[in-house]
Design a protein around this ligand. Structure first.
Ligand code: GLU
Length: 303
C-alpha cells in the first residue's frame, strides 16, 4: 500500500499577533512533520470576523518567516472557502443529517452544554436559525489515540448532543471548517493545543459522516500566564519580541522539553529550527493540559 505523503499544518486564527503559545504550536508542528520528511502548510482560520484583528494575518506570516518557519505551498485563507462549506452543509442536509434550531441562549444554558434535540422535529427553516448535526446513537462513541495524551474516548450523545455546524448569524463553526480543510489539504498529522483535545471527538464524528480519512492527533500542553490562563490577547499575552527570534525559539524548545544545548542560542533562527527537526522527540512532552510560559511572555499585552 502506498501511503499519502505526510502533511502537517499550522492553523492560526487572526485574532492577534503570534505569542509564545502560538510559537510553540507552530514550531512543534513544523519539527514533527519535517522530521517525517513531510510538508508543512499554513492555513489562516479567518471565518469569525468579530474576533479578527486587522493586519494580524500578515503579521503572523511575517513572524513565522522571521522565526525560520517556512511553509510549503500557498497559504490558505478560510474566508475564500465559504462556498465549499455551504456545499458540504447542503450534502449533509440531503442525507437528512442536520436540522435547524432557534433555541435561545437562556434555554441552552439550562441544558448544560448537552443539546436535547428539541428542534429536531420542528421543521424550521435555515435562515436565521442555527444548523445542528444529528448525532446518531449507533455512531456516537468516538475514541482515538493521542500521541501525547494517549487513549481518548467520548460518548457524543451524553457529552455534547447534536452540535452546531453553522451559527444562526450564518458563520460556519470551527468544527466543520477545520475538518473540511484538513481533508481538502490532505493533512495527515495534526498537532495543536490541548484546548482542542475535547473538540477532536466531534471532528472525528464529522469526518466519518463525510467519509474523510482520520489524521493522527498530537495535543500539546497550552502555554499559560501566571494565573493559569491560556496565553491569548485577552489574557495579557505579549507579542513575541521582534529581534529576539533565536532566543524565542530556544525558549520554545526548552518549554517543549527538547533539551536544546546552551550554545544553540547564538545561532540563526533557521539553524535552530534545523536542530529542532533533526532532534525532534515528542515523547518527552508531558501529557499536561497546561504549562506556564517563561517569564516575559505575558503581562505586557499585545498592542
Ligand atoms: N484556529 C484554531 C486556533 O487558532 C486552531 C485550529 C486547529 O489547530 O485545529 O485556536
Amino acid at each position: 500500500m502506498i501511503l499519502p505523503p505526510s502533511k502537517g499544518r499550522f492553523a492560526p486564527s487572526p485574532s492577534g499577533p503570534l505569542h509564545f503559545g502560538s510559537l510553540v504550536c507552530a514550531l512543534a508542528s513544523y519539527a514533527d512533520i519535517k522530521s517525517k520528511r513531510g510538508k508543512w502548510l499554513v492555513r489562516i482560520e479567518d471565518i469569525d470576523p468579530p474576533r479578527e484583528v486587522k493586519g494580524a494575518s500578515r503579521q503572523i506570516l511575517l513572524q513565522l518567516e522571521s522565526h525560520g518557519l517556512r511553509w510549503d505551498d500557498s497559504v490558505v485563507y478560510q474566508s475564500n472557502r465559504l462556498s465549499l462549506y455551504s456545499e458540504i452543509i447542503n450534502d449533509l442536509q440531503n442525507k437528512g443529517a442536520i436540522y435547524f434550531c432557534d433555541c435561545n441562549r437562556a434555554r441552552l444554558r439550562e441544558l448544560n452544554g448537552v443539546y436535547d434535540k428539541f428542534c429536531k422535529t420542528r421543521q424550521l427553516i435555515s435562515e436565521g436559525n442555527a444548523t445542528r448535526l444529528i448525532i446518531n446513537s449507533d455512531l456516537d462513541y468516538i475514541s482515538f489515540n493521542d500521541a501525547i495524551f494517549g487513549w481518548q474516548e467520548q460518548n457524543l450523545t451524553t457529552n455534547v448532543g447534536d452540535f452546531i455546524i453553522r451559527r444562526r448569524d450564518g458563520l460556519i463553526s470551527y468544527q466543520l471548517a477545520v475538518i473540511v480543510d484538513d481533508n481538502a489539504q490532505g493533512i495527515t498529522d495534526i498537532l495543536r493545543g490541548s484546548d482542542l483535545l475535547g473538540s477532536t471527538h466531534r471532528q472525528i464524528f464529522l469526518q466519518r459522516m463525510l467519509g474523510f480519512p482520520q489524521p493522527n492527533y498530537t495535543h500539546l500542553p497550552i502555554a499559560t500566564s501566571k494565573n493559569n490562563l491560556k496565553l491569548s490577547k485577552q489574557n495579557l499575552a505579549s507579542e513575541l519580541p521582534a529581534g529576539r527570534e533565536s532566543e524565542n525559539l530556544w525558549l520554545a524548545l526548552k518549554w517543549l522539553k527538547q533539551n536544546p544545548p546552551q550554545d544553540l542560542k547564538v545561532l540563526s533562527a533557521e539553524e535552530i529550527v534545523g536542530w529542532a527537526v533533526a532532534n525532534w522527540n515528542p515523547t518527552t512532552i508531558p501529557p499536561k493540559t497546561i504549562q506556564r510560559a517563561p517569564e516575559g511572555f505575558y503581562d505586557t499585552p499585545c498592542k
